[in-house]
Design a protein around this ligand. Structure first.
Ligand code: CA
Length: 224
């Protein structure tokens, strides 16, 4: 599950990010309200944690903007101002849940998890490319009649590639999205995982789907 945390207070954002990562979520952080739309347009999230008081554009306005654009990602509003009016306003604007600050981190994690499940009910959970299918709920992939198990990391790698079919994904982008590193570990980590994944999804099948773009990265597509 990939979660976007929109929170301008850096300490709080980092605290939330670490707690969610410890629970196995992939987490992106945004510090400004006016950055959210671009971030959400570039990456698909399963849930958004949205603070109300933000620089650039406040959380309620961000929320209205997303809903106007038909972006239906579940949103958990977060605010120091826990007044009833604002909560009602938030829910009317299309929020799925509301959590007043200060919060207990375990509760926040539980609510985010619940939101992700809710989102999963309403949208397709199977990604497809040619005869390759990835069930994002069961964490299982299938090519033709063959079902194969993936490790958590292989799953995230395949999910990332399948969400951007035909798009070249650089090694650095993969490291950021699949490993959550914001630095290049300077190893052949990505290549090793790609090789392993390729053995599962491409070996013995035609056409090959996982292609190397020399010097840049990888792309998942039907034609070479
Ligand atoms: Ca704030």
């Amino acid at each position: 599950m990939r979660v976007l945390v929109v929170e301008d207070e850096k300490k709080t954002a980092s605290f939330i990010r670490k707690a969610l990562q410890a629970e196995g979520f992939a987490v992106d952080v945004c510090h400004r309200g006016d950055d959210v739309l671009a971030t959400v347009s570039a990456t698909s999230f399963d849930a958004i944690l949205l603070d109300i008081m933000l620089p650039g554009r406040d959380g309620l306005s961000v929320l209205r903007q997303l809903r106007e654009r038909k972006i239906s990602t579940p949103v958990l509003l977060l605010s120091a101002r826990g007044e009833v009016n604002e909560r009602v306003e938030g829910l009317n604007a299309g929020a799925d849940d509301y959590l007043p600050k200060p919060f207990v981190i375990a509760e926040l994690v539980a609510r985010v998890r619940a939101l992700g499940r809710r989102g999963g009910d309403s949208k397709s959970t199977v990604l497809r490319l040619a005869d390759l299918a990835l069930d994002t709920v069961k964490h299982q992939a299938r090519r033709g009649e063959k079902v194969f198990e993936l490790t958590a990391r292989e799953f995230r790698l395949l999910e990332f590639l399948m969400r951007s079919p035909g798009r070249i994904c650089s090694r650095m982008a993969i490291i950021e999205k699949v490993w959550d590193y914001d630095f290049d570990p300077g190893t052949n980590l990505v290549d090793v995982y790609v090789k392993r994944l390729r053995e599962k999804i491409d070996e013995g099948f035609e056409p090959k789907l996982l292609h190397t773009v020399r010097g840049i990265g990888y792309v998942l597509k039907e034609s070479p």
